[in-house]
Design a protein. Structure first.
Length: 447
């Protein structure tokens, strides 16, 4: 097993900010790897539930391709074309399951058997999922998408009838769930990715023989349309759908009336607009990521900053929902550009992304949302003072009249502790007396 101590692994920056009208989301940023060391460039990363991050990178000394797995301060080499087994890794983003096993497409060297296939590993031996020389009839493999429990899907081509030309298809496991031998003529393009969930639902873009293109899901032997160009949408070029456990699909599209946005839908349901460029956002990347709670992460530019830079967001408010934007401090410089995959966010809200800084360093980072700590600022005016105690006294704290809220206010009161920390939490019968004592002490502090 090969380990690399991170090139500037781990730098953590705590980004806390207050926006007009309230606090925006706050994140810590972990620098996983960057180009200040032996790595020359990166693809977009993927993340699993435990915060393990996988990504493809190019080394600047040997011009070699490497698939890495990062977690807990270590970067592990999963596969490399320096070995005799692989010639290249044609796709930017590997997949990762809940156990931290990484799945990737690769072209094999001649001595290893040639052809291409899907392989997996986590830093030790490489497992072969399928190769083009196997008796599956599959002749080519796209980037694999893997669900937390190990459902695997990919775009590829296969020969259904020996001697006949290969058909294009979308596969769940080694079984085609949509094929150009049916109503489809193709499935996205080289920049379009697919998604799969634990139920074996597969989301993908494609074009029908009727020249209609759209976003589709395959499940249980049938294909359903999420959105297509017969309605409000003009195209889904380069769109890579993201899919959560409930079957909700999030995707990028352009509109017939002009403009673009990020949209949501599910099989049998209606399509809704998550965010479009009729408001403060001017444009979006073609990829968004959704988690099981329905949170959506996306990259976008703002009307107010028309030239240069972009940001990552978790909702439609560019201030309250900002994760990071160009010009924000990051890893000793300032952020410039940010890129995500359709598997960039886990259910804990952690987001793995590729970045470029103003000093031209680029890398892979992870944004982790900060968990709000309880506060004795019951009136939300930015400080903890006697007014918060009076609010508690009137039943205006989160748990009205509780000893816990009173103790929280006491510990955080700007005037300092009013009684020793070893004093036990009072019984309800003592609260009235203690409240009177606190009120008297507060008034002494404030006059």
């Amino acid at each position: 097993m090969s380990y690399i101590r991170s090139v500037t692994f781990i730098s953590v920056v705590c980004c806390l900010a207050l926006a007009a009208g309230g606090a925006r989301a706050a994140y810590t940023f972990t620098n996983i790897a960057d180009t200040s060391g032996p790595i020359f460039s990166f693809g977009e990363p993927a993340i699993n539930a435990e915060g393990k991050v996988t990504f493809r990178a190019d080394l600047d000394t040997t011009f070699s391709d490497v698939i890495y797995l990062a977690h807990d301060g270590l970067i592990t080499t999963v596969a490399s074309n320096i070995s005799s087994q692989f010639h290249s890794f044609p796709f930017q983003t590997p997949g990762i399951d809940s156990d931290g096993k990484v799945y990737f497409a690769a072209n094999r060297t001649g001595p290893a058997g040639g052809g291409n296939g899907i392989f997996s590993g986590s830093g030790g031996a490489i497992d072969t999922y399928a190769v083009s020389s196997s008796p599956t009839g599959i002749t080519s493999f796209g980037r694999p998408s893997i669900s937390p429990n190990g459902q695997l899907a990919f775009r590829g081509s296969h020969v259904a009838v020996p001697g006949e030309p290969a058909d294009l298809g979308v596969f769940l496991g080694l079984t085609p769930v949509a094929s150009s031998s049916g109503p489809f003529q193709n499935f996205g393009n080289g920049n379009s990715e697919i998604a799969v969930n634990d139920s074996g639902v597969v989301a993908f873009t494609g074009s029908l023989d009727s020249e209609v293109s759209g976003v589709f899901v395959a499940s249980g032997g049938s294909v359903a349309t999420i959105a297509d160009t017969t309605g409000q949408f003009s195209n889904f070029v380069h769109s890579s759908p993201s899919l959560n456990a409930a079957g909700t699909v999030v995707f990028h599209a352009s509109l017939d009336v002009g403009g673009e946005g990020i949209f949501m839908g599910s099989a049998g349901g209606s399509t809704s607009t998550f965010i479009d460029n009729s408001g403060p956002f001017s444009s979006f990347s073609q990829v968004a990521s959704i988690n099981s709670s329905g949170a959506v992460a996306f990259a976008a530019r703002l009307d107010a900053v028309p030239i240069g830079g972009n940001g990552l967001f978790i909702g439609p408010d560019p201030v309250a929902d900002k994760i990071i934007f160009s010009g924000d401090p990051l890893f000793g410089s300032t952020a410039r550009f940010h890129f995500i995959s359709n598997v960039a966010m886990n259910d804990a809200g952690q987001i793995a992304f590729r970045y470029t800084l103003a000093n031209d360093v680029s890398g892979i980072a992870m944004a982790t949302p900060l968990i709000d700590s309880p506060s004795g600022d019951f009136d939300n005016d930015g400080d903890i003072d006697g007014r918060d105690f009076l609010l508690w006294q009137r039943g205006g704290s989160p748990d009205p009249f509780s000893a816990g809220d009173l103790a929280l206010w006491q510990a955080q009161y700007n005037g300092g502790p009013l009684v020793a920390e070893s004093v036990a939490v009072p019984e309800p019968s003592a609260l009235a007396f203690l409240a009177f004592a606190f009120l008297f002490s507060v008034r002494r502090h404030e006059h």
